[in-house]
Design a protein around this ligand. Structure first.
Ligand code: GDP
Length: 295
């Protein structure tokens, strides 16, 4: 995960950490290298610039120059700032309603359906919920089948209406069914498209208004870099979602999306998906991610 960013940050911090005494120029050079590493990792220039300015101010403010181990202090400052950039604290999923209704949105191919299965598995095994998965993609029968296969694999029931082409009705029927059968969590997988378009946005907005979910999670492929950030912005304008799910972090992603999304949409990353298996889901902790980035 983020190998190239890790290597570059490691190199930048290594250059400074070997020194017993450092100068303001050493700090400025290190900060510049950090900024370059972040921009290369697809972090937007503005975010990288603001972040490295904070790192520099903190380093000089905390007397890095006179510290006994300036390198270590510098690593700590970078770590704390990275964690802060990604939100600081973990924000968990809200499961306070019964049933909890969770709406999953995102582009086609982002990993929505896979994540819906993983979340169902997580809620069932870790949170003791009786979960209903809802197949809300009315355009692709294959997506409904995919959800059914996942449901079978994890032992979670899947609600679908093959003949019905109205996603609002399907969602409403699913909620009625869940209430009658005492399900405690409902996960609604929605249709995505390859790019943002008005029909998809109107449709997801209608479903959102009709079901009034406790949680709306936006799923985005972390491999798509700056596009991920732009998509996050567009969905946020329409849905005002509660949290972001970053998928495919097991791939060769540069990390820009993980580091930039919070700043751009001010919504917490709640989960990260790191593989195709149902267990490959992690609750997102900014501190832990900063640890991983700094190796
Ligand atoms: P959807 O169109 O948004 O529902 O996307 P899918 O859930 O069908 O996922 C698209 C493809 O990405 C599938 O081949 C998934 O197996 C794969 N995929 C989903 N999440 C991950 C992940 O975290 N890591 C990897 N490597 N592949 C993933």
């Amino acid at each position: 995960m983020f190998q190239s960013l890790q290597d570059k940050l490691d190199k930048a911090l290594h250059n400074i950490s070997g020194r017993g005494k450092i100068t303001e120029i050493n700090v400025a050079e290190t900060v510049k290298e950090i900024r370059r590493a972040l921009v290369d990792a697809d972090v937007s220039y503005k975010v990288a610039k603001d972040l490295t300015k904070r790192i520099q101010d903190k380093a000089l403010g905390q007397n890095v120059l006179t510290s006994l181990s300036p390198g270590q202090l510098m690593v700590k400052i970078v770590h704390d700032e990275l964690a802060q950039l990604m939100g600081g604290e973990n924000v968990g999923i809200n499961l306070s309603s019964n049933p909890s209704i969770i709406l999953i949105a995102g582009l086609q191919g982002s990993g929505k359906t896979t994540f819906s299965g993983k979340l169902a598995n997580y809620l069932k095994t870790k949170k003791n919920k009786k979960v209903l998965l809802v197949a809300g993609d009315v355009y692709r029968p294959a997506a409904i089948n995919q959800l059914k296969v996942l449901g079978e694999q994890i032992g979670v029931e899947v609600f679908s209406e093959l003949e019905n082409k109205n996603p609002v009705e399907i969602a409403q029927h699913a909620i009625e069914y869940a209430n009658q059968n005492k399900f405690s969590a409902i996960i609604i997988d929605t249709a995505g498209r390859l790019a943002i378009d008005q029909v998809m946005m109107d449709e997801i907005k209608n479903v959102h208004q009709a079901v009034n979910p406790q949680e709306t999670l936006f799923v985005v492929d972390s491999m798509t870099g700056q596009d991920a950030v732009n998509t996050a912005k567009a969905f946020n304008e329409v849905l005002d979602y509660n949290g972001v799910v970053l998928t495919k972090l097991d791939g060769d992603t540069r990390g820009g999306a993980a580091l930039t999304i919070r700043t751009v949409v001010d919504k917490p990353i709640k989960f990260i998906s790191t593989g195709e298996k149902m267990e490959a889901l992690d609750v997102f902790y900014p501190e832990r991610m900063a640890d991983r980035i700094l190796g």
